[in-house]
Design a protein around this ligand. Sequence first.
Ligand code: GLU
Ligand code: ZN
Length: 287
Amino acid sequence: MAGRFAPSPTGPLHLGSLLVATASYLEARQRGVPWRLRIDDLDAPRAVPGAAADIMASLETHGLLWDGEVDYQSDHIDAYEHALERLGELGHLFYCTCSRRQLRSGQPYPGTCRGHRAARADAAIRLVVEPEPIHFVDAVQGQQQFYPANESGDFIVRRRDLIIAYQLAAAADDGAPEIDHVVRGADLLDNTPRQLYLMRLLGLVPPEYAHVRLVTFADGSKLSKQTGAAGVDSQTAGANLTAVLKMLNCAPPPDAIGWSCAEILRWAGEHWNITSVPSHAAVIERN
Ligand code: GLU
Ligand code: ZN
């Protein structure tokens, strides 16, 4: 059994991703299972050179030491293609040639290309989503019910540029027998039903989920490079950890000022309770 932290190499670790990494780390430590690091590097056009190394260096400075080798999604493409083949054999896939202009963003896919079952070049591959509810219990967000047919509709599993979509890659990786729990940001909560749907079709056993609070600016925007969020400063690692632990409702005692990251994390590991993490966003000031 294991947990994992799965950053995309699109920029440095900022306070929001440090919060997710810390929560994920503490949950795995408390369960006494390995904590894996997976780099979600399939979307090569969005990858920033050096970002993966940067994220790893930040994790290490904060004492968030992962177990075993770093796992790169780009090393699993054969497994994803194999999963695609199985879905195709089961009759769940079709080739979509709709242009972005034909599709209304925020609306479920209208089913236009459902009849295109034979392979075509220059087409995305979509999954037929049957009208069924998906239920799961999230350790932070509580009982969830989704209806993917009306939300995403038939979603993309391989893009037109042949890149495996996040939903399929995440379902295959998080459905692996070793992964028994997933801690990630609440921005991904509505992706989970699509991944559960895929896991069901692929006969994979889903992990337990906890979608922890986001860190946002006062205007509600998520921390990211686009919104001007800085990477965490490695000079203030202990203070950064203390700040995210406060947001996780696991604030170290006042005399923790001066503790090393390892000491802070050891203390937090003894006081950690994922169910007391707030579900709503933590708001910080832009600096
Ligand atoms: N790599 C994606 C992200 O950083 C997914 C993370 C996940 O599934 O935990 O948003
Ligand atoms: Zn289409």
